[in-house]
Design a protein. Structure first.
Length: 170
């Protein structure tokens, strides 16, 4: 099967995948979807609630179902993903993988400086324990790099610059 014409944004929670996806939509003729939003609408619960009530393995099974659907049904789309989505076995069949890279401190700074910082933090239960979050970040950084086709550093850069960089590399 040939690779689909999708752009998959991966990276740690809070790095700006949704923001970058929305900006890419404006710069291209693509649509955008968010894997966590898809899962929430299918399961009719927020990700936070799914984790709390069912645990991570159940959530990952929903992610897998989502990944298979994306591979089969979606093309010409920008896909922003949850922080752990990069582990899906078929991710390379879904499209070009762009790793949005930033330091852990850069991500925290980005979240805290956003106008809706409280809401953003509330949506990310894993960030409530910064030591654990940092550990998770450190575990994932190398994996993000290994999985991705393209790496784009997003730290302290404006969105237009990031979009130009992504489109130039694709």
């Amino acid at each position: 099967m040939s690779k689909k014409n999708n752009i998959i944004l991966i990276g740690f929670m809070g790095v700006g995948k949704g923001t970058v996806a929305r900006a890419l939509v404006k710069a291209t003729d693509f649509f955008a979807i968010d894997t966590d939003d898809l899962i929430e609408s299918v399961d009719n619960r927020k990700v936070k609630k799914i984790f709390k009530q069912e645990g991570e393995p159940y959530f990952r099974s929903l992610e897998k179902k989502c990944a298979l659907w994306l591979e089969k049904s979606v093309d010409n789309t920008i896909i922003s993903t949850g922080g752990g989505f990069f582990k899906q076995e078929n991710i390379h069949k879904i499209g070009k993988i762009v790793y949005l890279e930033s330091s852990f401190e850069g991500i925290l700074k980005r979240i805290h400086s956003s106008p809706n910082a409280k809401a953003k933090l509330k949506k990310r239960p894993l960030l409530s324990d910064l030591d654990e979050a940092k550990k998770l970040y450190n575990q994932r950084v190398e994996d993000y790099k290994k999985v991705s086709d393209i790496t784009v550093n997003v730290e302290n850069r404006d969105i237009e610059d990031i979009i130009k960089d992504i489109l130039g590399k694709i």
